[in-house]
Structure formats: C-alpha cells, structure tokens
Write a protein that binds this ligand. Structure first.
Ligand code: ZN
Ligand code: ZN
Length: 131
C-alpha cells in the first residue's frame, strides 16, 4: 500500500495496487498549475485510491480537472474522463515514500524548459553553497 498527503495534511490518500504508468510531465499546464518545472504523475484506477478530505476541483481545460488542497495549495490529483476514463492521476511528489512508483518516462517533453537537458551537469550542494 502507498500513502500520501498534501503539505498541511488536510487531504490524505491511500493506494492499493500498481500504477498504469509513472511519468514526469513537462507540459505547460502542469508547469503553471504546480509553479514548478515539471510534475510527476502516476495513473491508477479510481477504485484503487481512497481519498480523505475534500480537495478543491479546478477545471483546467475542456475535459481536465485538477484537484488541490484548498488550505495549503498542494496539487494532488488530475482527472480527465475523455483520455483517462475511470482513472485518477496522482502527483507522485505527494507520496509519503518517494521511493515508490519512480518515474519511468518523460511525457510532453516537447514543452520542457529549454535548460532541462543541462540540469544533471549543475553543481550540487547537500544544502546550500557555503560561502
Ligand atoms: Zn493541505
Ligand atoms: Zn502535464
């Protein structure tokens, strides 16, 4: 079983089973919605996921709804009956165990940030650079 929650804990969820996929999405909608360069998603059948709390639903395009915590703003779920009927996409960064459901692919890479290919070459600091 996997569990996750928003930052403040008002929305919690548990998952029984394995995702159809786990991916990093680089589309502009995800980027703007999350305020982050990319968003990790894992897709599950709706009946595999139990949600506690009431996320706010925002219809972000014709068939897409994004669900987030109205208190702390954490993005949690994405539903789209046109392309994912009966399924729920979960933002993997909200999983309690970040080792679960690691991404296997990048999607919507055509919309990725222009510097994305260079990020593994950047200097890395365990915390902040000391100077
Ligand atoms: Zn919250
Ligand atoms: Zn996306």
């Amino acid at each position: 079983m996997a569990t996750g929650r928003c930052q403040c804990g008002a929305i919690r969820y548990s998952i029984h089973g394995e995702p159809a996929y786990s991916a990093l999405c680089h589309c502009e909608d995800c980027r703007r919605s999350a305020g982050a360069p990319m968003v990790g998603w894992a897709l599950f059948a709706h009946d595999m996921v139990e949600v506690q709390g009431e996320p706010v639903a925002y219809q972000s395009s014709e068939n897409a709804t994004r669900h987030f915590c109205g208190k702390c703003g954490t993005g949690l779920f994405y539903t789209n009956p046109a392309i994912f009927p009966g399924m729920i996409d979960i933002q993997t960064a909200t999983l309690d165990d970040q080792a679960q459901f690691p991404p296997a692919i990048h999607v919507q890479f055509a919309e990725s940030a222009p510097w994305i290919e260079q990020i593994h070459d950047l200097p890395k600091f365990a915390r902040y650079p000391a100077d």
